[in-house]
Design a protein around this ligand. Structure first.
Ligand SMILES: [Zn+2]
Length: 56
């Protein structure tokens, strides 16, 4: 399971990516609590990079 921290400073919720499709994944994930979209890059289950989505 891959864990990504929400980048919203007032939220910081851990987003659990339990789906095996996220084991090698590049794209957006959405925080279920605050709705923040986060761009992530995951390779072999390791989080390579994460950043706030530029789109609104
Ligand atoms: Zn959040």
């Amino acid at each position: 399971m891959v864990h990504v921290f929400c980048l919203n400073e007032t939220c910081r919720r851990v987003i659990h990516l339990g789906d095996h499709l996220h084991w090698n994944f590049s794209g957006k994930v959405k925080c279920l609590k605050c709705g923040e979209e986060i761009e992530v890059e995951i390779k072999d289950g390791m989080l390579i990079s994460s950043g706030k989505s530029e789109e609104k």
